[in-house]
Ligand binder design. Structure first.
Ligand code: ADP
Ligand code: ASP
Ligand code: MG
Length: 408
């Protein structure tokens, strides 16, 4: 007998029929004698619908009220799934995040899970009840409803698996695993049987939304056995996130390509090149609670340089406002900015032992006439910022250049 946490995403619970199909799968696992905790998202499109509704009333919705509202999507699905399970003769009980005692910090709309008191759930599990928990939500210490950021149900699933020391956390979605890149952009993309935790962490942080980054972090911290699978197929082993690199395997140089169109680029022109300037620019940005991603400072000419960085698009206008007095104060020549950019990244632990990955990447983009605006690297990834309109082309040609469609 094992304790399994299963998480089903929006498309997987997108209609009454889909919910019945999820209930049948849960019932099959239950019939094998396992204990089951099931985490569900809101039905497909529901979270977007709710967010749009809120914005009709407030341009920047009040964060506390926003969370009260947007968390309702998941509350609907937990009850519906529990009903569907009861119809199949399976004992089931639904829990909101608060009822499951998922305690978070108070950062509305992007809260972090602090702890889970799993005793109550264990009681249900011991008596053979399937526990159905709302994803994406928790409560802070004052009892306010909080949400975990888009895609946060993945994190609820993995955090519950960690708290309950589950044997496996299964993320059921609308693709049958983690692919070499988003299969909706590159049809030749290949499912990976395994992907290392480090690679998954990079891919998630660089834009592959198949797993929310925080869920991967949780899996790493608590060594949760994590698998991504399709809810649309009966069988299939999906993709297992592994914690060891297999030394004997002929390691491909690159495992995957990630991309995102969520960032904006800001360049401060004609900045005096002297100590403390980076701090004078990025200090106020950080104080304004804006995360900075890539940073590039050019070589200086005549004591002047250009300073570029990227921020999340939702922070773009705010950052420009923060910078106005800074630019005047440091007597920079001006600001150039744009949000029509994309970040494309190649990721792979094999990069450590293969030379020439960067040159292959840059040559491939050059052959298509795609200009690279910024570059950043780490031990297992290379990211470039390019014009947004070339995103899909760049991903496709890089996928081919690294032979990712070939079975390893
Ligand atoms: P869910 O609603 O089940 O949480 P998401 O839409 O959040 O599902 O995540 C699944 C989607 O992630 C897929 O439909 C796919 O388009 C996208 N995706 C992006 N990158 C990858 C990748 N490398 N492998 C698999 N899917 C990916
Ligand atoms: N329903 C939330 C969202 O759409 C959480 C999730 O699906 O993981 O972002
Ligand atoms: Mg998701």
């Amino acid at each position: 007998m094992a304790l399994i946490v299963q998480k089903y995403g929006g498309t997987s619970v997108g209609s009454a029929e889909r919910i019945k199909s999820v209930a049948r799968r849960v019932a099959r696992w239950k019939a094998k004698g396992h204990q089951l905790v099931v985490v569900v998202s809101a039905m497909a499109g529901e979270t977007n619908r709710l967010i749009a509704l809120a914005r009709e009333l407030q341009e920047h919705p009040d964060p506390r009220e926003f969370d009260v509202m947007v968390s309702t999507g998941e509350q609907v699905t937990i009850a519906l799934l529990s009903m569907a399970l009861m119809e199949l003769g399976v004992r089931a009980r639904s829990y909101t995040g608060g009822q499951a005692r998922i305690l978070t910090d108070g950062a509305h709309t992007k809260a972090r899970i602090i702890s889970i008191d799993e005793q109550r759930l264990r009681g249900d599990l011991a008596e053979g009840t399937v526990v159905v928990v709302a994803g994406f939500q928790g409560v802070d210490e004052r009892g306010n409803i909080t949400t975990l950021g888009r895609g946060g149900s993945d994190t609820t699933g993995v955090a519950l698996a960690a708290a309950l020391k589950a044997d496996e956390c299964q993320i059921y979605t609308d693709v049958d695993g983690v692919y070499t890149t988003d299969p909706r952009i590159v049809p030749e993309a290949r499912r990976l049987k395994t992907v290392t935790f480090e690679e998954m962490l990079e891919m998630a942080s660089l834009g592959s939304k198949v797993l929310q980054i925080r869920s991967v972090e949780f899996a790493g911290r608590y060594r949760v056995r994590l698998r991504v699978l399709s809810s649309f197929e009966e069988e299939g082993e999906g993709t297992l996130i592994t914690f060891e690199e297999e030394p004997n395997m002929e390691q491909a140089s690159i495992s995957g390509i990630a991309f995102n169109r969520d960032e904006a680029k800001i360049t401060i022109l004609g900045v005096p090149d002297r100590p403390g300037i980076a701090y004078q620019i990025l200090g106020p940005v950080g104080d304004g609670n804006v995360d900075v991603d890539m940073i590039v400072q050019n070589v200086s000419h005549d004591g002047m340089t250009d300073f570029s960085f990227t921020v999340h698009r939702s922070d773009f206008q705010k950052t420009l406002r923060i910078l106005e007095p800074v630019v005047r104060h440091i007597k920079a020549r001006g600001v150039e900015s744009g949000d029509k950019i994309a970040k494309v990244s190649v990721v792979g632990v094999g990069m450590r032992s293969h030379a020439g990955i960067a040159s292959t990447m840059f040559r491939t983009l050059a052959e298509e006439g795609i200009n690279i605006e910024m570059i950043s690297t780490s031990e297992i990834k290379i990211s470039v910022v390019i014009d947004e309109k070339y995103t899909e082309l760049a991903v496709r040609v890089l996928h081919k250049a690294f032979g990712l469609e070939q079975p390893v």
